[in-house]
Write a protein that binds this ligand. Structure first.
Ligand code: TPP
Ligand code: MG
Length: 357
């Protein structure tokens, strides 16, 4: 193709002509996503606001405790901390029922806690104890609890998305009104399986919500280096899927947009794509030094937009209540550590059970 034939200057992309090959019915050079109205940021009811604060604090406290337990040597094993991103998991899961599904990533503690997985059993799982969510055989990166719709975390980038797609297809076939959520990172937008899922969800109008947590990095690679589009939500247009760029450090913004997406899914109107701009406070994994690839100034900027502090500053939860919630959360995590530390290790005879289906 000769220079200029793509026609950016000449207008040959054909916005005017409206023709796109034989019978395609598309519009050359202008991919238009079906637009749905931006949801009004209506304030959730008070119990929901309290639930949000409680669960963001549970995630933060759980993770800070893991960081200190690792530091002291009490806890072994790998962990990818979610701290900083709490508003995404909590704002989305606040819209879900117990029997709705979520599929997670390697950074899964937040999704699990927001979906209702018991923090004591999660802590026991990190300690490798028999009482853990996965009998101590999964560890941080493989927490699953189907009794509350948590399909599982995974070490394979992008691999949770087809799992959520399958759950959404199953719900549609069974006509149950359940919805599924696929959480994935900006790095997963380089995985082919995510695009296959976007297409399948679109053609079958599946009750699936794609939640891309764009925290600016995949390991140490900045998103602006690895991704051709600053807003990943733009890519949903290729599948004619409604998409929004959401402030992932604002639980109320996430709640507003996920509400619209869940409603569309339950009404049989198909999938929605939410790109939540967010930030992880710790390194890629515990032990990674993030200052090899990002600045303290950048971290300070994002910590200044902290999701928990912003909800407190919004003044929608009375101060005394917020303090009570915070105290109860500390006690819950203390109890989780006591439960984990006093639980037995799996018996040797358990080595090969529950490993294969
Ligand atoms: C298929 C696959 N490729 C590469 C890796 C190595 N890896 C683990 S996490 C990660 C970065 C993922 O980045 P992102 O999806 O943005 O999630 P984040 O860590 O930022 O939450 C990579 C490349 C992997 N686990 N799986
Ligand atoms: Mg990322």
């Amino acid at each position: 193709m000769g220079s200029g034939e793509w026609g950016a200057e000449s207008g040959e992309w054909g916005v005017e002509s409206g023709e796109w090959g034989v019978g395609s019915g598309g519009t050359l050079g202008r991919i238009v996503a079906p637009s749905i109205p931006t949801p009004h940021p209506s304030l959730p009811a008070e119990p929901t606001l309290r639930w949000m604060l409680e669960h963001m604090l549970l995630i933060r406290t759980f993770e800070e405790r893991i960081a200190s337990l690792r530091q002291s040597g009490a806890l072994q094993g790998s962990a990818h901390l979610y701290a900083g991103q709490e508003a995404v998991a909590v704002g989305v899961c606040a819209r879900l029922n117990r029997d709705d599904y979520v599929a997670s990533t390697h950074r899964g503690h937040g999704h699990a806690i927001a979906k209702g997985v018991d923090t004591a059993r999660m802590m026991a799982e990190l300690y490798g104890r028999a009482t853990g969510t996965n009998h101590g055989k999964g560890g941080s990166m493989h927490i699953a609890d189907t009794s509350v719709g948590m399909l599982g975390a995974t070490g394979i980038v992008g691999a949770g998305t087809p799992l959520a797609l399958g759950a959404a297809l199953s719900a549609q076939k069974r006509r149950t009104q359940q919805v599924a959520v696929a959480f994935f990172g900006d790095g997963a937008m380089g995985q082919g399986t995510v695009y296959e899922c976007l297409n399948m969800a679109a053609i079958w109008k599946l009750p699936l919500i794609f939640v891309c947590e764009n925290n600016g990095y995949a390991e140490s690679t900045p998103a602006e280096y690895a991704l051709s589009t600053p807003d990943l939500a733009d890519r949903a247009a290729a599948f004619k899927m409604p998409a929004f760029v959401v402030d992932g450090q604002d639980v109320l913004d996430v709640y507003a947009h996920s509400g619209a997406a869940v409603e569309r899914a339950r009404n049989g109107d198909g999938p929605t794509f939410l790109e939540c701009k967010t930030y992880r406070y710790y390194g890629h994994f515990l032990g990674d030094d993030p200052h090899r690839y990002r600045t303290v100034e950048e971290e300070t900027y994002y910590r200044g937009r902290d999701c928990i502090q912003r909800l407190l500053d919004a003044g929608v939860i009375p101060e005394a209540e917020a303090e009570q919630i915070s105290t109860a959360v500390e006690e819950q995590i203390d109890a989780a550590v006591r439960f984990a530390e006093s639980s037995p290790l799996p018996d040797r005879s358990e080595l090969t059970t529950q490993v294969y289906a």
